[in-house]
Ligand binder design. Structure first.
Ligand code: SF4
Length: 422
């Protein structure tokens, strides 16, 4: 049986897709990359905001017309009955983490253990350390789909990390809905730093990157650890969502503008070379002109190397649903584009500050468009969401190579460098 799998949404969902691929492969299915060649297609969906839902539904409709299709993931977790009613031609619908049910449905053989089939370049992968979220952010539908926070035991994560290192992976990007909450449910206290200490001992792992840090949990212990670590990168992906205290209060984020300012300042003071990434939501129901201006001014202050901006999406079942959706689509989009264009210049400036610096670079692959030029990332660049660095070199490089480079060009989001490895 030839099975094709389509993964939609975020890195956390990609880990689930890789887990599914591993289960299908272990069960005897033949995996194919090109959906056209597949007998059956499994679509692992996302459904946290409107554009993600639209993309998922379009993908389902596109394939359900011509192929046997199974749909799983967040969208099904949330809207199974509606989907069954509206798109009955789909063979079966399953929620999140349903690789076993999919394998059973396909009649695949039972297996004892399963390893993920990696779909990222050999250099990096995502490592999920927990699932679900215990927070109560007013706008967020994720806990409705992913449930309460469940940390994976340290031993299980270490075992997986060992396996990944054995596959040649050099960078582990730790993901979860709330990475800083790690361990509280399992060990009665925050356990992220202890986990990092263990992960750093694994031979072959060169970089550990933390994604999705909740602002109030970026404490001194974590900062001190990163400051003294050779492997955990000084890269802070801290989704702030807004800066206006009024909006943050309504969002139930548990902090205000003063806190945000102190946090940013504190990270900079402890780690002057830290790279900050954040995300903001524009068009939240309570975001008046004044709140938006505060947000824009804050972005203009230039704290962040990288910025993601989402338009508010009113989601059933969330606390903010009852506030309505008074800000029109166009206005939200205008605010989003304005913030992104303000940030464009800042990102360029932050990149220019790296000119002349000698840094480690992890090779991800080659850019065929530019004549097969090696392309990789420095510590300031997370995979897939940030810019990349093009390498000028005489050597034959391979994905997963770690080299020393000197940054010598800035092309907006991306960088250029020369290989200075001896
Ligand atoms: S912390 Fe993140 S995943 Fe959890 S409720 Fe808030 S926005 Fe959603």
């Amino acid at each position: 049986m030839k099975v094709g799998v389509i993964s939609l949404g975020c890195a956390k969902n990609l880990v689930d897709t890789e887990r599914l691929l591993g289960r299908l492969k272990a069960g005897g299915a033949k995996l194919v990359k090109d959906p056209k060649k597949a007998d059956i297609i499994v679509i692992n969906t996302c459904g946290f905001i409107e554009p993600a839902k639209v993309e998922a539904i379009q993908t389902i409709l596109e394939f359900a017309e011509k192929k046997k299709v199974i749909v799983m993931g967040c969208l099904v977790q949330r809207y199974k009955e509606e989907l069954q009613r509206e798109v009955p031609e789909v063979m079966a619908y399953f929620g999140t983490e349903s690789w076993e049910q999919v394998a059973d449905f396909l009649g695949l053989k039972k297996v004892e253990s399963v390893q993920r089939v990696l779909t990222t370049p050999k250099s990096y992968t995502y490592l999920k350390i927990s699932e679900g979220c215990n927070r109560l952010c007013s706008f967020c539908a994720i806990p409705l789909m992913r449930g309460k926070h469940r940390s994976r035991p340290v031993e299980e994560i270490l075992q997986e990390a060992q396996y990944l290192a054995g596959q040649g992976v050099k960078e582990l990007c730790l993901v979860s809905q709330d990475t800083t909450y790690y361990g509280r449910d399992l060990y009665g206290k925050g356990y992220l730093v202890k986990l990092l200490q263990q992960l750093e001992k694994i031979e072959g792992v060169r970089w550990i990157r933390l994604l999705y840090l909740y602002p109030t949990e970026v404490g001194q212990e974590l900062l001190d650890h990163i400051a003294s670590s050779e492997k955990t990168l000084p890269y802070f992906d801290v989704p702030l969502q807004h800066v206006s205290s009024k909006v943050l209060k309504s969002m139930r984020r548990g902090y205000d503008e003063t806190f945000v300012r102190k946090l940013v300042e504190h990270i900079r003071k402890t780690l002057p070379y830290a790279v900050l990434r954040t995300t903001f939501i524009v068009g939240y129901p309570e975001e008046g002109e004044e709140d938006y201006k505060r947000l824009k001014d804050f972005v203009l202050e230039g704290h962040f190397h990288w910025l993601g901006v989402f338009c508010y999406s009113q989601e059933e079942g969330t606390h903010a649903y009852s506030l309505g959706d008074p800000i029109g689509k166009e206005e939200k989009e205008t605010r989003r584009e304005e913030l992104l264009s303000v940030q464009e210049e800042i990102t360029k400036k932050k990149n220019e500050e790296l000119l002349g610096k000698e840094l480690d670079l992890l090779v991800d692959g080659f850019d065929e468009e530019f004549g097969y030029v090696p392309v990789g990332r420095i510590y300031a660049q997370a995979p897939e969401v940030d810019g990349v660095t093009y390498v000028e070199t005489e050597k034959g490089l391979e994905p997963g190579d770690m080299i020393k480079v000197r940054i010598n060009q800035v092309g907006g989001y991306d960088l250029g460098c020369t290989d200075i490895t001896l």
